[in-house]
Every structure is written in C-alpha cells, then in structure tokens.
Design a protein around this ligand. Structure first.
Ligand SMILES: [Fe+2]
Length: 199
C-alpha cells in the first residue's frame, strides 16, 4: 500500500490566528507531501510495499532509517491534522479529564508538563500524550520517531519541528505550544483515540 497525502480536515485559514494559512500551506502541501513522496520512493522493492503505515513504522525502526523517518513523519502528520480544529482547546471531556487528574496530577499540571516536553525536545521532534501499561503518560521523541515504537499508544501529539511554528511564532516555541493546547486541540478526537487505546 503506497502512502497518500490526506486532505486537511478544515480550510487552510480555519486555524487562524493560532496557525496561519501560510503555515498550513507549507506544512501540509510541502513538508507532509515530501514525506509521502520520499516514503513511496523508498518503499519500492522492499518487503513493506503492501503493509499499512503502522506496520512500516514498526518494522523499519532501527533497521531502515531513511524509510522509517519518512513513514514515521507521514504517520505522525496524518494524526497531527486530526488533533486540531477551529475553536479548539476548551474543556477536556469528562472521562479523559478524570484519567488525566489521576495519572498526571490534574489538568493544569498535565498542560504544563506537555508544554515542557515540547520545549525540552532538543531540535526537531514531537511531544505526546500516550497510554502506556494502562496509564496516561507524557513522552517526547526526536525527529520522526513516535510512541508506537516504544510500546505506547498515542492519543495526542504536537509537532515541534520549526516548520510547524516558525512562520507564526518565530523562535517562540513555548507560545506555539501554549496556543496549541489552549486553542487548537480537538479534544473529542483525543477522547476517541483514548477510548480505542484503553479498550
Ligand atoms: Fe511537521
């Protein structure tokens, strides 16, 4: 199965003022598209040609770094677009909020620690909210890596590569992360992923 670039689930200007049309045009149409195209070229002739994106990510980790990088980034971005929505942020749905409170010390503490994971990721990478061993946890990973290859199920992630925020926030990564968590997250989608990750 070759990779294909999904459409954004909203208009390019729908996330303004927190994420601009220009950022989404570059990020989706250039960066994500490049992972798809490069990934497809690297897939050719490998044992992974008819595998799902998840299987390619898991199967190439530590074995085929160029294919892993592109498949990982393709996988991460498919989800990243879904984790945002216009008028996002706001209250976290009840069951997930309760779990955040019991596993992560409350909503405020979770938000602080999630932002800190993104700020503390040296260079390019991602910060995550995951389910691991039946509990919620915060993780960070470099480059195209993700929690799938560390035995965790991802339910929320934020891209901290500079291409995700430099047009809108320049070097102010903490401001971008705060805007993401307060104004962009599609909590209903996170809740849905939490439901299937903990089932
Ligand atoms: Fe990205």
């Amino acid at each position: 199965m070759s990779f294909s670039l999904p459409e954004l689930p909203y208009a390019y200007d729908a996330l303004q003022p927190y994420m601009s049309r220009e950022t989404l045009e570059f990020h989706h149409d250039k960066h994500h598209a490049a992972y798809v195209n490069t990934g497809n070229n690297l897939l050719k002739g490998t044992e992974f040609e008819d595998k799902s994106v998840e299987e390619v990510v898991k199967g190439t980790f530590g074995k085929n770094q160029p294919l892993f990088n592109n498949a990982g980034q393709h996988y991460n971005h498919i989800h990243f677009w879904q984790w945002m929505k216009p008028n996002g942020g706001g209250p976290i749905p009840g069951k997930l909020e309760q779990q955040i409170t019991s596993d992560l010390g409350g909503v405020d503490k979770f938000k602080e620690d999630f932002i800190q994971a993104g700020v503390g990721q040296f260079g390019s990478g991602w910060a995550w909210l995951v389910v691991k061993d039946g509990k919620l946890a915060i993780m960070k990973t470099p480059n195209g890596e993700n929690p799938l290859v560390h035995g965790a199920r991802l339910i929320l992630g934020v891209d901290v590569w500079e291409h995700s925020y430099y047009i809108d926030y320049r070097n102010r990564r903490p401001d971008y992360l705060k805007a993401f968590i307060e104004n962009l997250v599609n909590w209903e989608h996170v809740e849905e992923m939490y439901g299937s990750a903990s089932a």
